[in-house]
Write a protein that binds this ligand. Structure first.
Ligand code: HEM
Length: 408
């Protein structure tokens, strides 16, 4: 019954990616919960009271209501023990951890630097980066680990373009990023690695303040209304939010296509399907499985359950994107489907700021990879592909692939 008084509901742990039984499907518990208890009381990793949402409609409602569901960092609690999202006040410039009006100010500043002309130039650079990376992979010859050879370097070089890291420093920058991400967010050294990277970006910003450059970070640095610390944190956020996510989508998406030969064949036969295929892969894989937690600013009802002020709400994006009420035959990968309306980039005022850039990278990346290697296939049995279950976003740790050298 609606609004029945609730007394200390029994709280279950959140099903993490470790409980997945198939590489492309969410943990089976999430589907069960959507039917049985779509707004489910859960215990957060730090002991706080949480509510797990598995229906698309509820996830939409919560993410669309920033007034009653706050993103403030100091109210936050971690969904997964591997996440370092323990409550702490937002540092200056941390757009994802603040509410309006501060969010509006920072978001406008950032979005204003992702101009159409800058994105068009970036698009050309992405094509060049993808081609050069594929040249190297082809020269190396099969087999290769697609993560190391392609999926990781491409977004890293794109971030270098965004941040205006000059060519001489790119190897060092890539190595630092690799180290930071290899550690995984759970590790103690991760915090140190992030701080080191923050220092590095800070020095980059100082240099740009002295000698302006026409990249996104340069434009932010030239903005006198932003402090150096704010600009540095924004740069770091672009790096943190833009590298691993895109890398995981490139590799896991290729793995999914290779395991769905009919879909792969359709895409190869008609490369014009790539835009739709990217949306569908985003929906189907939903790599940012958690990470959009909110806390209730007042007592509020969601799906017939009473959420108390201060309690945490965990939108299970991957479950929402498999909701049969929203997508017909949701567990099928169908590159011809209308996947628009998925929440793989979140929803509402915090919806992914880099989504257009991510789409451009994925479209160019998949298309060029498939065109270059018409016989691309896994080099190991699919069950031997190591999954990345310890990172902020879901993915594969390695993807060994091979191809026929003769005429590719
Ligand atoms: C926010 C996913 C790529 C920058 C988000 C959110 C999600 C997400 C789910 C919302 C978090 C929330 O509501 O609390 C993804 C996925 C990506 C991707 C799946 C790749 C396929 C990128 C890229 C960039 C980026 C390439 C930038 C270069 C950001 C930023 C935010 C954000 C700055 C915070 C926005 C705000 O709070 O207003 N992303 N992202 N992301 N993303 Fe992405």
């Amino acid at each position: 019954p609606k609004s029945a008084p609730q007394t200390a509901p029994e709280r279950r742990p959140i099903p993490t990616e470790r409980t997945r039984t198939r590489p492309f499907d969410p943990p089976p518990d999430l589907g069960d919960l959507r039917t049985r208890e779509p707004v489910c009381p859960v215990a957060m990793a730090d002991g706080a009271n949480g509510w797990l949402l598995t229906r698309h409609a509820d996830v939409h409602a919560v993410l669309g209501d920033h007034q009653r569901f706050s993103s403030r960092g100091d109210l936050r609690s971690s969904a997964l023990d591997s996440q370092v999202t323990a409550a702490r006040a937002a540092r200056p410039g941390e757009v994802n951890a603040v509410d309006p009006p501060e969010h509006t100010r920072l978001r406008r500043k950032l979005a204003g630097k992702f101009t159409t002309s800058r994105m068009a130039r970036l698009s050309e650079r992405i094509t060049a980066i993808v081609d050069e990376t594929l040249d190297r992979m082809e020269r190396h010859g099969p087999p290769v680990d697609l993560v190391e050879a392609f999926a990781s370097p491409v977004p890293s070089l794109v971030i270098c373009e965004l941040l205006g890291v000059d060519y001489a420093q790119r190897a060092e920058f890539q190595e630092r990023t690799r180290q930071m991400l290899r550690l995984g967010a759970g590790a103690e050294q991760f915090v140190t690695a992030v701080e080191e990277m923050a220092g590095y970006v800070g020095r980059l910003v100082e240099a740009k303040r002295a000698a302006p450059t026409d990249d996104v970070l340069g434009a932010l640095a030239a903005d006198e209304e932003l402090t150096t610390e704010e600009v540095s944190r924004m740069g770091l956020a672009l790096l943190a939010a833009g590298h691993e996510t895109t890398a995981h989508m490139l590799a896991l998406g290729t793995f999914a296509l290779l395991r769905h030969p009919d879909q792969l064949a359709a895409l190869r036969a008609d490369p014009g399907l790539v835009n739709g295929a990217v949306e569908e892969l985003l929906r189907y894989l939903t790599i940012a499985q958690y990470g959009a937690e909110r806390s209730a600013t007042e007592d509020v009802e969601v799906g017939g359950r009473l959420i108390r002020r201060g309690e945490v709400v965990v939108p299970a994006l991957m479950a929402a994107n498999r909701d049969p009420q929203r997508f017909a035959d949701p567990d099928a990968l169908d590159v011809r489907r209308q996947a628009a309306g998925h929440v793989a980039f979140g929803f509402g005022i915090h919806q992914c700021l880099g989504q257009q850039l991510a789409r451009i990278e994925l479209r160019i990346g998949y298309r060029a990879l498939l065109a270059r290697f018409p016989t691309l296939r896994l080099a190991v049995p699919p069950q031997d592909v190591p999954l990345r279950t310890d990172s902020l976003t879901y993915g594969v740790a390695e993807l060994p692939v091979e191809w026929d050298r003769t005429g590719h």
